[in-house]
Design a protein around this ligand. Structure first.
Ligand code: HH2
Length: 286
């Protein structure tokens, strides 16, 4: 199995270490996101929330100005820019961790990069806006290529997800981009039934075989709600279980709302995996 790359190279020259799994904190500056809509539309509250996620261990903050929950209302370009750009600008000055821009519009992504965003997050996997692959290639920024389909119809789920993701990678390379920029994401909740989401999680390690770092975003999603029969504000235990399972299956970045709790879970996994010795001497503590 191909070993996934363990670094992200940012346009500003910084390098993000992926040898340990990272937490990406979600900052939705939308009135209508499915779990946190309306909470951070105010600039000061957005900055405060980002700061608190960083304090808890977020290594990346993902800023989004358009909810993409099932049945969402598309946001016009100017409105999306109005929502995200001031936040990107303020966060570039306020916090040290890299910012990613969660958008399907190349014009929003480009303006965000100009204001300090360092990572592109395209839920259309470079198969939506035709200008996105070129922008990714020209900027040299790491780009999350997420799997997405309109209809949950597959003859062979894993094979088709792999093929669609590879197609996104091909678009980047054809536009002049580099394999080093690629981060892949199975797109939990996007054009998949509950069973298909569970199956993709179960087979996540097989997506690592493509050789790119994997990002997993299942936080508070309906696959958890439906499996456990719990409303959106009671999905923390399920979200933690999926994040831990995902990391053990090879995810290097987990995109979550509950950063403090997830960062502790991920740190605990790293501590167990990295402990040395045979346990016969030098106990670390009780
Ligand atoms: N999920 C959502 C949005 N962006 N990006 C990536 N790479 N992977 C994901 O799984 C993903 C994503 C949807 O979740 P959320 O942002 O919480 O909700 P909403 O779309 O309602 O704002």
């Amino acid at each position: 199995m191909a070993q996934a790359r363990e670094q992200l190279f940012l346009p500003d020259g910084r390098v993000v270490d992926l040898s340990r799994p990272l937490v990406m904190g979600i900052l939705n500056v939308t009135p209508d996101s499915f779990s946190d809509g309306g909470r951070y539309v105010d600039l000061e509250r957005a900055v405060e929330h980002a700061r608190s996620m960083v304090a808890c261990g977020a290594a990346i903050i993902d800023v989004g100005g358009e909810s993409t929950r099932p049945g969402y209302t598309p946001v016009p370009l100017e409105e999306e820019k109005r929502r995200v750009l001031p936040v990107i600008e303020a966060l570039s000055a306020a916090i040290d961790v890299p910012l990613s821009i969660d958008t399907q519009k190349a014009a929003v992504a480009e303006a965000a990069l100009e204001r300090g965003a360092q990572i592109l997050n395209d839920i259309q996997g470079l198969r939506g806006d035709p200008a996105m692959a070129r922008l990714a290639a020209e900027s040299g920024a790491p780009v999350v290529i997420m799997h997405n389909r309109r209809e949950p119809v597959y003859a062979d789920l894993l094979e088709e997800v792999r093929r669609d993701l590879s197609d996104g990678v091909e678009r980047l390379l054809a536009a002049g981009g580099r394999p080093e920029q690629v981060i892949l994401d199975p797109g939990i909740g996007f054009g998949k039934t509950v069973e298909q989401n569970l199956l993709l999680l179960k087979q996540l390690d097989r997506l690592s075989a493509l050789g790119y770092p994997l990002l997993l975003g299942a936080s508070r999603k309906s696959v958890i709600g439906r499996t456990l029969g719990v409303p959106v504000d009671e999905r923390l235990p399920g979200s933690l279980a999926v994040a831990v399972y995902g990391v053990l299956k090879g995810a290097r970045i987990v995109r979550v709302h509950d950063v403090c709790e997830t960062a502790q879970a991920v740190k605990m996994i790293a501590a167990i995996e990295e402990v040395l010795g045979d346990g016969s001497a030098h106990p670390v503590g009780a």
